[in-house]
Design a protein around this ligand. Structure first.
Ligand SMILES: Nc1nc2c(ncn2[C@@H]2O[C@H](COP(=O)(O)OP(=O)(O)O[C@H]3O[C@H](CO)[C@@H](O)[C@H](O)[C@@H]3O)[C@@H](O)[C@H]2O)c(=O)[nH]1
Length: 350
């Protein structure tokens, strides 16, 4: 366990939850539930899983001050601000380099800061088993989630269910195909075919495996780690030269060294207000509400009030979100267009 590390990826932008999320306060810094941000929930979930000084948060420099404010007890030394938003391939490469500098034998788990996960104990057990498996078998471990619908916002893992390895009573299946964010048509095909799971966005690998696989498939990531090991003082300059791409496209779609464990914990990516709504209070007309809301003849709406009373009359399937600076009114079916609306917003409201 002394060579295990956890890195929380907390540098994403928060367009899908505007107006509550903003560029400097994205999804993982919003308090959706129980007065805890998703980042804090993620931190609590991994508490004492690895030695205390092996737990890091990677973020973008524009979110640093808010993260510091939200987590006053978390050591600043282990909150790493990236100089530019370069997406997850760069972030996980930096994470691997940091761990490698501490121990060449390091095995790391990379976790999104914004997943909703229940069954903490099962999650911890499966993470620990994956760390051991990744180390012993020199492979990348991912977590497969049973797909509920043909989502296009997730990666898909095709598992070979006929062959598997057992470690610590957990089954690890070879992943024979990784497809990042397929079209709706292909996603539908995967669901019908079976054997496909959603990629949870959590990855486990050793420094050794990462170096071997990036050497083969994405050499700029490999070179970054080697340069960092030689001299880490000016890493920011090298970081800015890394390709802007997610690790899913950069490596996961290419490597054949992936195994998947089937997640036994409840997982939700909270990709939009629709998924958050499932956790909000439900009134007798199917309205999902948070805060001060009064409604008449209105049904199946999602209504979140920050400070003002929101009153609805004869409204259906509508999303009304009030934040401290703006109000969003959107039909449920147009929520997927929110990124397009976001692009048109005045900068002071982004
Ligand atoms: N440090 C850092 N973190 C980042 C950056 N970009 C994104 N992140 C963080 O990395 C995590 C995932 O990033 P997203 O950009 O939200 O990924 P996604 O579109 O949801 O897709 C990924 O996750 C899905 C599951 O939620 C997967 O299904 C999919 O395959 C992929 O791995 C989030 O916690 C986000 O805050 C970055 O530049 N730097």
């Amino acid at each position: 366990m002394d060579n295990y590390f956890v890195f929380i990826l907390a540098g994403g932008s928060g367009e899908r939850f505007w107006p509550v999320s903003r560029a400097d306060a994205p999804k993982h810094l919003i308090t959706f539930f129980a007065n805890k941000t998703l980042l804090k929930e993620t931190l609590d979930r991994v508490k004492n899983l690895v030695p205390e000084d092996h737990l890091y948060i990677l973020t973008n420099s524009n979110q640093l001050s808010l993260i510091e404010k939200t987590l006053p007890d978390f050591p600043l030394r282990r909150i790493i601000p990236e100089p530019e938003k370069k997406d997850t391939a760069a972030a996980v490469t930096l994470a691997t380099a940091i761990a490698a500098k501490e121990s060449e034998q390091a095995v790391i788990v990379l976790l999104p800061a914004d997943s909703k996960i229940e069954n903490k104990e099962i999650f911890r057990r499966q993470i620990l088993s994956s760390l051991r498996f990744a180390q012993d078998e020199n492979c990348i471990v991912t977590f497969s989630i049973p797909p509920k619908f043909p989502a296009t916002e997730f990666g898909y893992l095709k598992l070979d269910k006929s062959r598997y390895c057992v470690k610590n009573n957990e089954k690890f299946f070879p992943v024979v195909q990784f497809v990042e964010k397929p079209t709706a048509e292909r996603a539908q095909g995967y669901i019908e075919e079976g054997n496909y799971g959603w990629n949870s966005g959590m990855f486990v690998w050793s420094v050794k495996t990462f170096l071997e696989e990036t050497h083969k498939w994405v050499s700029p990531l490999y070179r970054f780690v080697l340069d960092y090991l030689k001299d880490s003082s000016g890493w920011e300059k090298q970081f800015k030269r890394l390709p802007q791409i997610s690790i899913d496209y950069a490596l996961m779609e290419k490597t054949d060294k992936i195994f998947a464990i089937e997640a036994e914990f409840d997982w939700d990516d909270l990709g939009s207000w629709i998924s958050v709504a499932a956790y909000l209070e439900n009134d007798e007309k199917g309205n999902r509400i948070k805060g001060k809301v009064c409604s008449y003849g209105s049904e199946k709406n999602i209504v979140v009030s920050h400070s003002k009373l929101i009153a609805l009359c004869g409204v259906k399937d509508t999303v009304v979100i009030e934040s401290d600076h703006a109000i969003l009114v959107c039909s449920k079916e147009s929520l997927q267009e929110l990124k397009k609306l976001y692009a048109l917003l005045p900068p002071e409201h982004k």
